[in-house]
Design a binder for this molecule. Structure first.
Ligand SMILES: [Zn+2]
Length: 256
């Protein structure tokens, strides 16, 4: 009986929650500074003449945005982000390792005992994820600056500006989810492929999660056997976005 390849759902969920926690924190300080420091200035800006004085509402709004930026540096602290990504990679690796150890029992070896490629794979995957998470913050500020300045200058209501900020925070959370889902599938898919090939397995059987969320293009691949050197146009299982399919090793002497 062939041991299944189990997709690392728990690692994905934990990673998503950790990134989402940072974004929630960022959203919280944004709205707090908006309510306490920016709102009163928007009210003033609308009054005659006040928009033109030095140290007027726009200057104070600019300083308030700088305060949010300063706080965001603490939330997206580089050692914190690196720890989150390291925990994530370790969790995906642990799941992959457990799968492979079980699958390799059939040939009586543990291919995970010596893996010279693993350190570099882990390091580069961690670095890549650190940069994805840092980008969330980098992309956030030009957006909220545009919402606040354009809103103020175009005379939008405070409620409308605040609603747009809330919407932007929601979109930033979606971005966090995209990263967690995309990275789990693709790192796990690559790890599985590498480990199968390291133990001499050159073919894999595509296996979907067999639920109603499986896309049609993958449903038709279920149970089919491919060479790692010649995967289907969809790529390796797990690597297309939101793909939860996995590769099951096909050993050389296995009947088709
Ligand atoms: Zn799939």
């Amino acid at each position: 009986m062939m041991a299944k390849t189990r997709y690392p759902h728990a690692a994905e969920t934990a990673y998503f929650r950790e990134i989402q926690r940072l974004v929630t924190e960022l959203g919280k300080v944004t709205l707090q500074v908006f309510d306490e420091q920016i709102k009163p200035q928007i009210k003033l800006y609308g009054q005659d003449g006040v928009g033109y004085v030095i140290d007027g509402p726009l200057d104070i709004i600019q300083r308030a945005i700088e305060i949010i930026k300063g706080l965001s540096l603490g939330i997206f602290a580089s050692n914190e982000i690196r720890n989150i990504c390291t925990r994530f990679l370790n969790a995906v690796n642990a799941q992959s390792k457990a799968n492979i150890q079980q699958q390799a029992r059939i040939i009586g070896i543990d291919p995970t005992q010596t893996e010279p490629w693993l350190d570099e794979f882990m390091r580069s995957s961690i670095n890549e994820n650190v940069s994805y998470i840092s980008t969330i913050r980098d992309e956030y500020f030009p957006k909220i600056e545009a919402i606040i300045y354009q809103g103020v200058k175009n005379g939008q209501s405070i409620k409308s500006i605040r609603d747009q900020l809330v919407e932007r925070i929601g979109m930033t959370k979606n971005r966090a989810q995209f990263i967690a889902v995309d990275q789990t599938g693709s790192i796990f898919g690559q790890m599985t492929a590498k480990r199968h090939q390291e133990m001499g397995v050159n073919k894999f059987k595509w296996s979907t999660s067999h639920d109603d969320r499986v896309r049609q293009a993958h449903r038709v691949l279920d149970g089919k056997i491919f060479a790692y050197s010649d995967p289907p146009s969809e790529g390796l299982p797990g690597t297309p976005y939101r793909c939860r399919c996995v590769a099951i090793p096909v050993f050389g002497n296995e009947p088709r």
